[in-house]
Design a protein around this ligand. Structure first.
Ligand code: AMP
Ligand code: MG
Length: 345
């Protein structure tokens, strides 16, 4: 069995070297620039901040990331999420840091008719994505676990959250986006002129670049994620989040099994997509939606957009076809030799 976990080797090197890396200085236009890397949420978080309050703002942002990781992680025993999961059905009082992504997750769950469902955690564990002891569970095991899965089982009253005994939640599909949104809110309040935060497949920007040009965010080639891109998005202030089967998977018996689960089967989703990149003003929704649309597949994802709107997307289908939605018409530049089709509403 072989395992591929994008970022693992980098992560290991980084962790061994130092937990924090930061630098400070003036950029070419004389604006204060602060860069910082943190290892959090199982990935390397990179912050680049411009403006006269950059240093203080970056420190506040880094502190928020660590605070959110401690509350939202499903694998840290003392996190709020773990307390909900181990409460045997009792209600647990959570902070707004936890309630906000839970409510956004439930909203996306109901709009996507359950394609996005944070109660998939028993499935995620059964495939070994938590223990990293990867395995292919049997059909019987998955069908037994199915009884515990279903976002409607989550109850929220004020800040009290409960799930039935055996049901467990995992904010892995939305927590990074919520975190980048919180970080961007802090940076904006601090009055910085521009910033970009990258967390795994998530990027979010604030304001503009010091030279007035747009932020350019590359979209990974799912067939060559370490070196290749399928194109570039030129954006102002927004979130750009990619979900793809290539980001974490293992191979067994000549087959690949990735980490995004179809909640109605318990198996890794096979919807005909290799990756989905969502461009949305809100980081939390960008993240939840990228996972949801990946499970829905191209046709249902476009139908979702027609019904609910609020975002644009770049889809890479299993046959390599690239489809972009209309709002990205002037923002997406394909990599050399790549074609794309524009989905006009
Ligand atoms: P992302 O990388 O944002 O697409 O999120 C993938 C992560 O979300 C996985 O590693 C799981 O922790 C969790 N997850 C997997 N399948 C789903 C799903 N259908 N709905 C919500 N979360 C999921
Ligand atoms: Mg996501």
């Amino acid at each position: 069995m072989s395992v591929f976990y994008k970022g693992l080797s980098l992560t290991a090197v980084f962790c061994a070297a130092a937990l924090f890396f930061s630098s400070c200085g003036l950029d070419l236009n004389g604006s204060e620039k602060r860069s910082k890397q943190i290892f959090a949420m199982d990935t390397i978080v990179e912050l680049t901040v411009y403006g006269k309050n950059a240093e203080q703002a970056t420190e506040s942002a880094a502190a928020k990331i660590m605070e959110l990781e401690a509350e939202l992680s499903a694998t840290k025993a003392d996190s709020a999420v773990s307390k909900i999961n181990s409460a045997l059905g009792a209600a647990v009082t959570v902070s707004d840091n936890v309630k906000a992504p839970l409510l956004a997750a439930l909203d996306i769950s109901s709009k996507s008719k359950g394609a996005f469902d944070i109660t998939v955690f028993p499935f995620v564990k059964a495939w070994g994505f938590v223990s990293k002891e990867y395995r292919v569970p049997g059909k019987d095991e998955l069908s037994r676990l199915q009884d515990f899965v279903g976002f409607k089982k989550i109850e929220i009253n004020g800040n009290a959250v409960s799930v039935p005994n055996g049901t467990e939640i995992d904010l892995g599909g939305i927590a990074k986006g919520y975190t980048s949104q919180c970080v961007c809110d802090i940076l904006k309040e601090s009055g910085v002129t521009g910033a970009v935060i990258s967390l795994g497949g998530n990027a979010q920007t604030v304001g503009g670049k010091p030279d007035g040009s747009k932020w350019r965010i590359a979209v990974c080639d799912p067939d060559d994620p370490d070196n290749g891109t399928i194109g570039t998005l030129s954006v102002d202030e927004t979130a750009v989040v990619t979900s793809g089967g290539y980001q974490r998977f293992f191979e067994s018996g000549g087959r690949k099994y990735h980490h995004i689960i179809n909640p109605s089967t318990g198996y890794p989703s096979e919807s005909g997509l290799k990756s989905v990149t969502v461009v949305c003003a809100d980081g939390t929704y960008a993240d939840g939606l990228s996972t949801a649309l990946f499970v829905l597949g191209l046709e249902d994802a476009l139908a979702y957009r027609k019904s609910h709107g609020g975002f644009d997307a770049v889809f890479v289908s299993d046959d390599g076809t690239i489809t972009i939605t209309s709002g990205l018409k002037d923002l997406f530049t394909p990599a050399q030799g790549r074609q794309f089709s524009l989905y006009e509403d």
